[in-house]
Design a protein around this ligand. Structure first.
Ligand SMILES: *Cc1c(COP(=O)(O)O)cnc(C)c1O
Length: 393
């Protein structure tokens, strides 16, 4: 794609914004209109048939939402992009549009909690066979794919334990079996990782997290092969999980600073991870930017930065979590991630609240784990805040 002649920062700022958006406004307007009137029936019909560009009805397309789709398309360097009301809508609409009874999905145990629920509960209800592998067992994933696979669904790094999957290797295996390979790139963001460049067919995003970056708008996106995006769009249009134009505007506004936020969050997460290694109250630090992280080598080869999220274990298990979280002064205790503010959460109360302690343990999520989403604050303040909260234990 020609867009990649420019750097990611230029793309974050300009992609999608250069098209005519009405009048002389330099900023993308929020078009709230639900419908678009045509005086000429012939033109109306040709827009409806897709022969001419234009908009008909807001559930299908909208001018503000189209700019959002173009910006994420260019950032991921995909052939096409469509949008959804939330990240979960991007994931569920992709799966429902591309699957049918008798089809088979191969994925891993450590996908996002909502995604895992689709795999374990809802797809089986529709006669879709789902095989969930041990997350970093590449041999097992390849052998399950070899038994027949229509969708190979991956996420890397994972949330909250930051496991890393080799996208090049697994994509090759998936495509050799005739599968569509889908990757959730929410945690990495297109600044740190472009799965499509590694051969992946579709990327899904929760735009709610790093893309928007300010925790004030929900949204999702699907980017990649034109024919596949078209099928997801056709399903989403009928299913009705449309991105709201005001949310699209807020997400666009956030995405213009994506590259500088991610640079800062990468640096803050790396510094926090290194600092925590020396703390006696901390049992383990999970961050792909640490040289002894099991996925460090793969992450170094497929990512440009190691991301803004890490997790760590506290000695003292859930009692320590209970004291630690309220002691943090410059961090929200909240369920989201990827915002400008630092956010701390216990998987036992957020991403994996539905599981029992035993189920969490089986997923490698101890009760003393803290998920830490680094914000863009000053690193000295973040470290001082962690030190005083750990001292309080
Ligand atoms: C939050 C999240 C989702 C779901 O996104 P929503 O916008 O909350 O629906 C999916 N995948 C990952 C990795 C997430 O962090």
């Amino acid at each position: 794609m020609t867009e990649n002649a420019t750097g990611p920062g230029t793309r974050a700022v300009w992609a999608g914004e250069q098209r005519a958006t009405g009048g002389d406004a330099t900023q993308t307007p929020v078009v709230h209109s639900v419908s678009y009137g045509y005086a000429d029936v012939e033109q109306w019909m040709s827009v409806a048939r897709g022969e001419e560009s234009g908009h008909i009805y807001g559930r299908n397309t909208n001018p503000t939402v189209s700019v959002f789709e173009e910006k994420i398309r260019v950032l991921e360097d995909g052939e096409a992009a469509t949008s959804t009301s939330t990240g979960m809508a991007a994931i569920s609409n992709t799966l429902h549009a591309l699957l049918a009874p008798g089809k088979r999905v191969v994925s891993v145990k450590d996908t996002y909690g909502g995604t895992n629920r689709i795999f374990s509960q809802y797809l089986p209800q529709y006669g879709v066979d789902v095989s969930l592998c041990e997350t970093t067992d590449h041999d097992q994933i390849e052998s399950e794919v070899g038994r027949g696979c229509d969708i190979l669904y991956l996420e890397t790094p994972t949330n909250p334990t930051l496991k890393v999957l080799d996208l090049g290797r697994l994509t090759e295996a998936g495509q050799a079996a005739g599968a569509v390979v889908v990757v959730d790139n929410t945690v990495a963001t297109p600044i740190n990782q472009n799965p499509l460049a590694l051969g992946v067919d579709l990327v899904v995003h929760s735009a709610t997290k790093y893309l928007g970056g300010h925790a004030d708008a929900l949204g999702g996106a699907v980017v990649g092969r034109d024919d596949l995006v078209e099928r997801v769009y056709a399903y989403r249009e009928i299913n009705g999980a449309t991105l709201d134009p005001m949310a699209a505007y807020l997400l666009l506004r956030g995405m213009k600073t994506l590259h500088i936020r991610i640079e800062r969050q990468n640096a803050n997460a790396q510094a926090v991870a290194e600092h925590l290694l020396s703390k006696p109250e901390v049992t383990a630090v999970h961050y792909p930017g640490l040289p002894d992280h099991p996925g460090h080598e793969i992450a170094s080869s497929q990512m440009r930065g190691f991301g803004g999220m890490l997790s760590f274990g506290l000695r003292g298990e859930f009692d320590a979590v209970r004291k630690f979280i309220p002691a943090m002064k410059h961090a929200h205790a909240a369920a989201n991630l990827g915002a400008v503010e630092t956010i701390v959460a216990a998987p036992a109360t957020s991403s994996h609240v539905e599981c029992t302690a035993e189920e969490r343990a089986a997923l490698g999520i101890p009760e003393g784990l803290i998920r830490y989403s680094a914000g863009i604050e000053d690193i000295a303040d973040l470290i001082a805040d962690l030190d005083q909260a750990l001292d309080a234990l």
